[in-house]
Design a protein around this ligand. Structure first.
Ligand SMILES: C[S@@+](CC[C@H](N)C(=O)[O-])C[C@H]1O[C@@H](n2cnc3c(N)ncnc32)[C@H](O)[C@@H]1O
Length: 257
């Protein structure tokens, strides 16, 4: 199973790209409108769940990666006031039964793209629908692919960002590359590496191999509609830019039909 960040969970929060900043106020705004309990699918290290719990929302975070959840749990231990607001579940977003419903279910930072098989995608959407209250919303985000996705998508190892992590004193360089695309099934195979120099100058390299399904706007709409969702709003960025104005992301707000 790919995309579980087993080797690099401990470095995940060093990433401060704008995607990982801009989405938080967006989810908080929708949480304020919905008011009830929230389920975050693929919650990882709790980046979004913790921000929502700090605003006093009750959040359940579900993730399949023990390594990511260990980091999440450690973070909540530093903030004991969040303990009764957060429930952490080790589980698969394609097959879960939490025996309760949520007024908002979110899949931030392209989490849903980790599901690459049609039957698994359908099963996940079935589970999500069953866990939504009658007036609940499901917010899904995937990246907006370039107009032509072919072998030209492949790219050599490139620095994505580098920064000093003030928490550890580590200097971290994140590199990424892509060497394979399956255009028939719309799957890309990106890889990334964190090169870490610790405060004693000791260097290490930690890599991860991903497998991600990509969707065009109309395909994601069709997939969601076929699964019994109505798309209420569509955005291209977290400031609510339209997809025409900002082509980076696809962010859909859905309700049950
Ligand atoms: C890119 S990270 C996003 C984490 C978090 N949502 C955020 O925005 O920071 C993707 C997360 O999805 C999780 N994941 C991948 N496949 C999963 C699955 N089938 N079920 C649950 N979680 C999964 C990974 O373990 C990882 O924590």
């Amino acid at each position: 199973m790919k995309n579980l960040f087993r080797n690099t969970a401990w470095l995940y929060d060093v990433d401060k790209r704008d995607n990982l900043q801009a989405d938080i106020p967006f989810y908080i705004d929708y949480a304020k409108m919905q008011k009830g309990e929230i389920l975050e699918l693929g919650c990882g290290t709790g980046r979004v769940s913790i921000a929502l719990a700090r605003q006093c929302f009750k959040v359940t975070g579900l993730d399949l990666s023990i390594q990511m959840l260990d980091i999440f749990r450690a973070k909540t231990e530093n903030e004991p006031e969040l303990k009764d607001k957060i429930t952490i579940v080790h589980g698969d977003m394609s097959d879960f039964n939490l025996q309760k419903k949520f007024s908002m279910i979110i899949a931030p930072f392209r989490v849903f793209q980790a599901l690459t098989e049609d039957d698994v995608i359908k099963q996940s959407l079935r589970c999500i629908r069953e866990h939504l209250t009658y007036d609940g919303i499901f917010i899904i985000n995937v990246f907006n692919p370039r107009p032509v996705m072919d072998e030209g998508w492949c790219y050599p190892e490139t620095v994505q960002w580098e920064r000093l992590d003030e928490n550890t004193g580590n200097y971290v360089v994140k590199k990424h590359w892509g060497d394979k695309i399956d255009t028939q099934n719309q799957i890309i195979y990106p890889h990334y590496a964190y090169e870490v120099t610790d405060k004693n100058g000791i260097k290490s390299r930690h890599t991860e191999d991903l497998k991600l399904k990509y969707y065009y706007d109309n395909q994601l709409s069709q997939t969601l509609e076929n699964a019994g969702f109505r798309i209420k709003e569509k955005f291209g960025w977290y400031d609510k830019s339209t997809i025409e104005d900002c082509k980076r992301e696809l962010i859909f707000i859905c309700t049950k039909i």
